[in-house]
Design a protein around this ligand. Sequence first.
Ligand code: HEC
Length: 291
Amino acid sequence: MLNFRHFRPATASLLAAVLGLGAAIVSVSAPRAAAQAPAQAAAPRPMVPMTAASILRDPATHIGLNVSMMAAVETILTKTAFVVDQDKAKAAEPLLVLAPSLIAAPEPNTYVTVQGEVLKFDPAEIAKRAKGYTLDLSADQIAKFTGKPVVLATAVITPGLTDLAKKPIRPMTPDEVTFSGYMKAINTALPAVRAGLEKPDPAELKGHVAALKQAFTDVETFLKTKGPADAVKFASDSLAQATAMESALASGKLEEIKAPAGVIQGLCAQCHKPFREQMEDGTYRIRGSVR
Ligand code: HEC
């Protein structure tokens, strides 16, 4: 068995290249990095190949680095935490890995590729960096690792190239399929109304406005009965604008459709920001509790 303990980072990268691991790792992680990019404030930093031994030997110079590290799984601590060692000999001090989105524990005594940022372990720092994650280490474990380096992992890749930290994409519920239909109708009707205002054809406009109003009526009813309740006001406001468009049309004042069309356009984003969630495959879900 290869002993990685004495490899320096440059050697590790060479080793990864020789083994063809570099390419495999990049292909596994690249689409996710792209999907996550908008949520991160800072530009993604390059990922550097690293050994667990290098990080443990000199934590200070590795803090803040985005690393890709092949290491042997030593012990599973919790559902989202485990420690790795440079190799299966377990001679050295183990390195803590926290993987908030871990869906299955890696096999002890197998080599995994862990990708993520090296931090100095501190529960407050973890809470800040991994929003929505509840640290599940015991008080003793927290005390033991505080101040030590930790890899806050976004990928834990098995020898079979399965990423154990990749959240499965939740399928749409039947209600969400219905709701998505309303949104698609809205997404067709509003541009049609706006285009129709360029070369007004009252009969055609009437059809598009009616479709828009119907879809927002459906959205409002859905949200009122199933939630999220906080989203109702955006639907009601949109519906009021669609009703104003309808009245303008009924009294032949086509010019008066423009203003509500603009207001509705603004409401799309106001509601999407808190209540629309995009999955890694690009599809959308309702964010918040739906009964
Ligand atoms: C009341 C809140 C709300 C308003 C207002 C709203 N949306 Fe949505 N929209 C959502 C939610 C929640 C989702 C995610 C669930 C879904 O896709 O069905 C969504 C999803 C979408 C989708 C993706 C549909 C899919 O599933 O592929 C489109 C397109 C869309 N909205 C367009 C619009 C446009 C255009 C407007 C404004 C004219 C608008 N929405 C106004 C809540 C809203």
